[in-house]
Design a protein around this ligand. Structure first.
Ligand code: ZN
Length: 58
């Protein structure tokens, strides 16, 4: 069985019902949206040197 952890809330994100659009690798569509919003925010944000961002690319 495949197991993945939600990148957002770190909960185990099991695959959802077959045939249904899954939020994989997120635990829910909600977390998927959160990640998307975060990604977009970072993309459009002015590149800034933030020490806290260093070394956290994964
Ligand atoms: Zn989640």
């Amino acid at each position: 069985m495949r197991e993945a952890k939600c990148p957002i809330c770190r909960k185990p994100a099991a695959l959802r019902e077959p045939g249904k659009a899954s939020a994989h690798p997120f635990c829910s569509d909600r977390c998927r949206q959160v990640d998307l919003g975060r990604w977009l925010t970072e993309s459009y944000a002015v590149p800034a040197v933030d020490p806290e961002d260093q070394g956290e690319e994964h």
